[in-house]
Design a protein around this ligand. Structure first.
Ligand code: SF4
Ligand code: SF4
Length: 70
């Protein structure tokens, strides 16, 4: 899955409300079995992570390296 980050959803904290799915501008999140999961590339807008404490973004290695150059 290409993109800039892996979206990690805490299965205990996520109640499947779907707000992150509605918010993602790239339609990269879906609900399955009552939990959110990443179904497409994340472009690190940060919206879902700011919205919900169940979500943590893990930038891909290449992105972390680029950030360290700044
Ligand atoms: S990750 Fe958060 S916003 Fe998304 S469905 Fe789960 S509880 Fe709702
Ligand atoms: S950070 Fe932005 S692009 Fe990535 S999954 Fe969350 S809302 Fe979508």
């Amino acid at each position: 899955m290409k993109g800039f980050a892996r979206v990690v959803v805490d299965p205990v904290k996520c109640d499947g409300c779907g707000k992150c799915v509605e918010l993602c501008p790239f339609y990269s999140l879906e609900i399955k079995d009552g939990r959110a999961f990443q179904s497409g590339p994340c472009f690190l807008c940060g919206g879902c992570e700011a919205l919900c404490e169940a979500i943590r973004l893990e930038p891909l290695l290449e992105v972390r390296e680029l950030r360290s150059l700044r």
